[in-house]
Design a protein around this ligand. Structure first.
Ligand code: VGL
Ligand code: ZN
Length: 201
């Protein structure tokens, strides 16, 4: 078992981000078995779930004339418009069926307000509204966080940068993540994470 101040954060390993899903990430399913094995080594285990109401404003379908994967301006800044995905209660929002979720201490859901997206497990996309995860981890004495999951360049990236800025020591295990890679977004994400002091392993 790893030391008591180390947590693993398993990000958005959900059907819609795996092959066959609404916002499929290539190879998303390949990381499930090795993540299951790694989780058991950590004393603190948190999983996240992207969890949107129908009609979420990150869905291109709510913006007539705009296509999925285009970018629009929201009150909180630029927002990529996605295919409808991870709708609350849908099969797409469920965890991949081979992911062992029983070991999770906490499952945190994000993106549940129609007007604002939340890539990060720590703050919504206004970079101000907290999800509560920071308090949970601090209360449990966590200092170091290892992150795995989907997608490297969106939810993993935003979570890692926020956690580093909050003062946690963060490692992203890239081999246990998969990326969407829109217009070079993976390279941008990698540079941003490195700049924030995240270790890419
Ligand atoms: C994600 C796009 C939209 C992610 C979530 O989990 O990386 N990406 N919602
Ligand atoms: Zn989403």
């Amino acid at each position: 078992m790893r030391p008591a101040d180390e947590a693993i954060l398993v990000i958005d390993v959900q059907n819609d981000f795996c092959p066959g899903g609404a916002l499929a990430v290539t190879g998303g399913n390949e990381i499930v078995a090795p993540i299951n094995a790694l989780v058991s080594e950590y004393p603190v285990r948190v999983f996240t779930q992207d969890w949107h109401p129908t009609g979420h404003l990150s869905f291109a379908s709510e913006h007539p004339g705009l296509e999925p994967y285009s970018v629009t301006e929201m009150p909180y800044g630029p927002q990529v418009l996605w295919p409808d995905h991870c709708v609350i209660g849908s099969d797409g929002a469920a965890f991949h069926k081979a992911l062992s979720t029983q070991p999770a201490d906490l499952i945190i859901r994000k993106g549940f307000r129609r007007e604002i997206d939340s890539y990060s497990a720590f703050f919504e996309n206004d970079h101000q509204t907290p999800t509560g995860l920071e308090g949970y981890l601090r209360n449990r004495g966590v200092k170091k966080i290892v992150m795995v999951g989907l997608a490297t360049d969106f939810c993993v990236n935003f979570s890692a940068v926020d956690a580093a800025n909050l003062g946690f020591e963060v490692t992203v295990i890239e081999s246990l993540c998969r990326a969407i890679d829109l217009d070079g977004s993976l390279d941008t994400a990698r540079s941003g994470m490195i700049e924030a002091g995240v270790t890419l392993a």
